[in-house]
Design a protein around this ligand. Structure first.
Ligand code: 7PJ
Length: 304
């Protein structure tokens, strides 16, 4: 198991990790912020207020100006208890937004989907990354992802959104269960022709986990560095913050910033968040401590 310091020296030893994301080249030699753009009518934390295309674009533009390196566009709510959507519904929601983000803002777009049709269409429209909370387990998803040529974020979860928070339990320490699951999914990807250098891992905070599971998972997050892949984490506004601090969803920013800084120290490369400006500052501050220097580079974002 690697220590925090080993992980730190790996990332600063000159072997800068670069990920080809369609037209964009993503440099992950320092931590990046991914802004969340939900285009679901029932997204729990922004109430679907970015449903209209214009609103969505303006919101994305603001997140990019605040230092987001990429925008994660999702059309299926994976909030606990959410109802399923058809591929066509999902596509109708995300396609216009992806197209506009790519054409009008030249943004690096990640598509938050488990649906093979949406993966294919999104890559045709110029998306640069696939973010799948089901780690390509849906029928046909692995093949669609391979065919897209895009990098993929594989996330751990237990159960499905409608039942995942019904008394989740694990037979092993949570970080071991997550590690084993991700190792299996990485192997499945490699067997299907998706090379390791196109993979990102994510422990899936809040997906079939109690608050204690989530807290322990963050405490031992650095153990996932053993998989030797870049790590994405999403804790923004999640109920682990609400439960610990007793805060409603709109008052979870400070808690989320504390978690973001801890995740960076434990090796996270991409922070998936709602509040970009504040997170960029928190992440840059944590990173400056790790490297004992203040050359910040959130703005020298992408090379084509
Ligand atoms: C995550 C996600 C996460 C990744 C959501 C929410 C729920 N994708 N999509 N990781 N969470 N990769 O934002 O609260 O944690 S949807």
């Amino acid at each position: 198991m690697k220590s925090i310091l080993d992980a730190y020296s790996d990332r600063t030893s000159g072997s800068a990790f670069q990920l080809r994301c369609g037209r964009h080249l993503l440099d992950l030699s320092f931590p990046r912020v991914m802004g969340i753009l939900n285009v679901t009518p029932d997204s729990f934390s922004d109430g679907g207020q970015h449903l209209a295309l214009d609103d969505a674009l303006r919101h994305a533009e603001r997140m990019l100006a605040e230092g987001a390196t990429m925008i994660d566009v999702g059309g299926e709510s994976t909030r606990p208890g959410a109802s399923p959507v058809s591929p066509q519904q999902e596509l109708d929601r995300v396609a216009p937004v992806i197209e506009a983000l790519v054409c009008e803002l030249d943004a690096l777009v990640s598509v938050d989907t488990s649906c093979p049709t949406v993966m294919r269409e999104a890559s045709e429209l110029g998306a640069g990354m696939i973010n799948d909370v089901r780690a390509l387990e849906r029928e046909g998803a692995l093949q669609a992802a391979v065919g897209s040529g895009l990098p993929v974020c594989l996330m751990h979860r237990q159960g499905e959104p409608h039942d995942m928070q019904r008394a989740p339990s694990y037979e092993q320490p949570i970080e071991e269960a997550v590690m084993e699951y991700l190792a299996r999914r990485i192997a499945a990807c490699e067997a299907a022709g998706l090379r390791r250098n196109r993979l990102i891992i994510d422990p899936g905070f809040g997906f079939g986990k109690t608050v204690e599971h989530n807290l322990r998972l963050l405490k031992y997050l650095q153990s996932l560095q053993a998989l030797e892949l870049p790590m994405l984490v999403g804790m923004s506004r999640k109920s682990m913050i609400g439960k610990v601090l007793g805060r409603p969803v709109e008052e979870r920013l400070s808690g989320g910033l504390a978690l973001a800084a801890m995740a960076v120290e434990r090796g996270a490369s991409i922070l998936r968040v709602h509040e970009v400006a504040e997170t960029v500052d928190a992440v840059n501050m944590a990173w400056a401590v790790l490297q004992e220097g203040c050359e910040l580079s959130q703005n020298n974002l992408l090379d084509s």
